[in-house]
Design a protein around this ligand. Structure first.
Ligand code: TEU
Ligand code: CA
Length: 555
């Protein structure tokens, strides 16, 4: 296996709107990020991924881009961006941007021109079709709810949008579109950025003929992915993109590859054949989605993550994550944000962080930020608003819909970063925040976490340090222990003579374990423990406290 800087790195995801506001307009911005770079170096971060900061009308908070080569007014200017890039590099860190190329904004000049007439030279930049007997061209549901087709008066045709109707899908079959995208990508790479997280990339290839498809499971809020997710032929497009752009730079790329299975991973992230350095796969994140109530199925979690760990062994690389800006907060879902707030946040951290792959921390995860329960008018997310509108029309009660939003809504993870408990808006802004602050900021905030040596923040800091001290934590082979245990996630990482053992009880009950005899060791040093600071010896039989987690160095 080849050594690479991005394999040894720990990455931090910034949602710029909610990270830090520098000018009191209530919206996070580039200068705000610059002012917090020392916070990130303090934590030990190597790579920063910033969600889109390009020019955008903000239907989907920047994931609807109207100019790829300019900065959103609310975030600052290109000069601010250049300064940010410099300041990141001066601190020895790397910066990767969000590359959104499945779709643009409906305000992008390409789309404005495309929609103007059937003969427009840019008509085929997007996907236009006639209606079928006065209705949509097919029955595809959009990921944000409602039809994937929007009728356009000007020319009497429909255009395809897999996400919101203000995010028309680009037509990747058109070589001119691809050429334009490649030159934009190279423009950013030439500027000196260090790579991309590539948004919704598994959706770029649509099924030929765009036929009607069996309808999705409405109850589980699953749109019809059949027509456009991970379709045959996608790798020809990805390979071309790579050859025309990424191949010429030493960069880190993370494809957001929902729907991809580990069997196909070689084409996505194979050391020889893959397009990306790593991908975000979502098989483990979906585990609790189906159950609005009920706890995490630990056995299923182990099966899923182990499949990826073993599947990519010596072949490719994993991106490790348990939170992002599209998912609720982990401590409120798989963890327990009440009685076991601190312990469960740490146990989940140790569980995923020391696997093989590059770990990502989503802003606020490192201080244990939690979900919120707002009134419907206080939500901003286009997906939440669509859901409320559609489910109300379906006859669901207000209470029922709110329960779903509180559990699943994307704004759970988008509330502003909680910097301190002293100032009215958690130190995020001096103005009125664009999205309400989580009222628990008085207890949960960076300042508080940095005062407490036993905090979640310091636990993450230790985890990052461990990855730099033990090669096994980065390059070691992963082996699952106790596959059938219903509460405990335990695994080893082995690199030459170096062996680490990670044990996490992921439930709110005590757990008894018996380590397998095959695990030979003569002594063990406790490297990290989430409950006590004293040494707790490793023995074959142990009882773990609720959400107890230990990391040992086996000798
Ligand atoms: O999300 C993409 C997205 O929602 C799907 O690919 C998702 O992975 C799938 O539904 C399974 O959960 C990205 C961004 O992260 C999100 O914030 C944007 O709204 C979206 O693309 C559109 O750009
Ligand atoms: Ca601002």
């Amino acid at each position: 296996m080849h050594k690479k800087w991005w394999k040894e790195a720990t990455a931090y995801q910034i949602y710029p709107r909610s990270f830090m506001d520098s000018n009191g307009d209530g919206i996070g911005d580039l200068q705000g990020i610059i002012s917090k770079l020392d916070y990130l170096t303090g934590l030990g971060i190597h790579v920063i991924w910033i969600c889109p900061t390009y020019k955008s009308p903000n239907d989907d908070n920047g994931y609807d881009i109207s100019d790829y080569q300019d900065i959103m007014d609310e975030f600052g200017t290109m000069a601010d961006f250049d300064q940010l890039l410099d300041e990141v590099h001066v601190r020895g860190m790397k910066l990767i941007l969000d590359l959104v190329i499945n779709h643009t904004s409906d305000e992008h000049p390409w789309f404005v021109e495309s929609r103007s007439s059937k003969d427009s030279p840019k008509r085929d930049y997007y996907i236009w079709r006639d209606g079928k007997s006065g209705a949509e061209p097919n029955n595809w549901e959009s990921i944000f709810g409602g039809s994937s087709w929007e009728y356009d008066e000007t020319t009497g045709q429909y255009f395809l949008h897999v996400f919101s109707k203000r995010q028309p899908d680009l037509n990747w079959e058109n070589p001119q579109v691809r050429k334009e995208l490649y030159s934009m990508i190279n423009w950013w790479l030439d500027k000196g950025i260090d790579g991309f997280r590539v948004d919704a990339i598994s959706h770029i290839k649509k099924i030929p003929g765009l036929p009607d498809l069996p309808n999705p499971d409405q109850l589980a809020y699953v749109p019809s992915f059949e027509g456009h997710r991970n379709r045959e032929g996608i790798h020809e497009l990805l390979r071309e993109m790579k050859e025309e752009t990424l191949d010429h730079y030493d960069v880190m790329t993370v494809g957001e590859a929902s729907g991809v299975t580990v069997e196909e991973a070689d084409q996505w992230v194979g050391e020889e054949n893959g397009t990306f350095s790593m991908i975000f796969q979502f098989e483990h994140m979906r585990l609790w989605d189906k159950r609005v109530d009920g706890e995490l199925d630990v056995v299923e979690l182990k099966q899923t993550l182990t499949r990826w760990q073993k599947g990519l062994e010596n072949r490719g690389w994993n991106a490790l994550f348990i939170e992002n800006h599209d998912k609720p907060r982990i401590v409120s879902t798989w963890g327990n944000d009440k009685t076991y707030w601190k312990a469960s946040a740490k146990a989940l951290a140790a569980m995923y962080f020391l696997m093989q792959g590059t770990p990502f921390i989503y802003q606020g995860q490192e201080i244990g930020m939690t979900n919120v329960e707002f009134e419907i008018e206080d939500y901003q997310d286009v997906a939440i608003r669509n859901l409320y509108r559609l489910e109300t029309a379906n006859g669901k009660s207000h209470e029922e819909i709110m329960r779903i939003i509180w559990k699943n809504g994307r704004d759970n993870s988008r509330t502003p970063m909680q910097w301190n408990g002293r100032e009215a808006n958690a130190g995020f802004t001096t103005g009125k925040p664009w999205l309400k602050i989580n009222p628990n900021y008085t207890e949960i905030n960076v300042e508080q976490e940095q005062l407490d040596p036993d905090s979640i923040y310091y636990f993450y800091k230790h985890l990052i340090k461990l990855r730099s001290e033990y090669e096994a934590a980065v390059y070691g082979t992963y082996d699952l222990l106790l596959p059938e245990h219903e509460q405990v996630y335990a695994y080893t990482r082995t690199f030459g003579n170096e062996k680490l053992l990670v044990i996490s009880n992921l439930t709110d009950r005590k757990a008894a374990i018996e380590l397998p005899e095959s695990l030979e060791y003569t002594a063990a040093g406790l490297l990290l423990h989430n409950l006590f600071s004293e040494q707790v010896a490793l023995s074959e039989q142990m009882e773990l406290e609720p959400f107890e987690s230990r990391v040992y160095h086996l000798i």
